[in-house]
Design a protein. Structure first.
Length: 283
């Protein structure tokens, strides 16, 4: 387990940003884990997600209304209420949102786990195409909230889990996803000008960023993370680490503690003032 937080400077808050087809509930293990380490932990939902998993499955209208700018604006308002720049950790689409927030000057360091790509990353492995097909197979889904079946969830999120484990996680976490955002992201490279998931890959003022990739992820395979990381040409830190045998739902996979601890330790060591704190602790 990560050692208890003792520094008087540096980040004291962690913001966990969830992806599509799930809610902040998907971070439930990480929330308590980081709180036990002495951190304030925030896991904001997207606008309208305050009602929770069961209510969103019953009435997905808040999902249908989602836009990336509205999500980012909401996340910015949450982060702006924190006294010190926090550590941002995002999963899947939350990884793309983490990149956007870092580019805009939010956060002391960021970790993007099995991240969706930001604008300009056009790599699309066959497993990703298959995993996204339930949304992209029909243009009419652009205006709908699209749910996965248990079998589709198993392929996209939990392919390294047993079918029983996958079904239990489906029943606890799964909600529909915004067809609008999926379609807009898929078409972003074909549209002129900057789109909703644009980041400045040459932004030298951006905080350090770590990509964590699951080796068996079907939805956002390692090639997507590798391509996204290579797009960055700035003089700030951008690193990538792959964990073999991990599926897309990495935050809930057995052994998640190792990854949660590494993500936190990396972020703390790369946040502004890390060298000064290290020197002071060794004096």
């Amino acid at each position: 387990m990560t050692s208890q937080r003792t520094e008087s400077t540096g980040p004291d808050t962690i913001v966990l940003i969830h992806g599509f087809w799930v809610t902040p509930r998907s971070w439930e293990h990480w929330i308590s884990h980081y709180q036990d380490c002495g951190y304030q932990v925030l896991a904001p939902g997207y606008p309208g997600f305050e009602v929770g998993v069961e209510a969103l499955n019953s009435d997905p209208s808040p999902i249908e209304a989602l836009t990336v700018p509205a999500i980012i604006e909401h996340l910015e308002s949450v982060i702006s209420g924190v006294q010190r720049p926090p550590i941002l950790i995002g999963h899947s689409a939350g990884g793309a949102f983490t990149q956007i927030l870092l580019d805009r000057g939010f956060g002391a360091a960021g970790v993007a786990i099995n991240s969706a790509p930001t604008e300009g990353v056009a790599v699309a492995p066959l497993s990703q195409v298959k995993a996204s097909f339930p949304v992209l197979k029909n243009p009419v889904h652009h205006h709908k909230a699209v749910a996965l079946t248990p079998a589709q969830w198993h392929y996209a999120f939990a392919n390294t889990f047993t079918e029983e484990e996958s079904l239990a996680l489906y029943e606890r976490y799964a909600i529909p996803a915004s067809g609008r955002i999926f379609w807009d992201s898929a078409l972003a490279t074909l549209q002129p000008g900057h789109q909703d998931t644009y980041v400045d890959y040459r932004n030298d003022a951006r905080a350090p960023l770590l990509f964590i990739s699951g080796g068996e992820d079907h939805l956002m395979p390692p090639k997507v993370q590798q391509s996204n990381a290579r797009h960055y040409k700035s003089n700030t830190v951008t690193e990538i680490r792959e964990y073999a045998g991990r599926a897309h739902l990495l935050p809930a996979q057995p052994g998640w503690e190792e990854i949660a601890d590494y993500a936190l330790e990396w972020a703390i060591s790369h946040a502004p003032g890390a060298a000064a704190r290290t020197n002071a602790s060794s004096a």
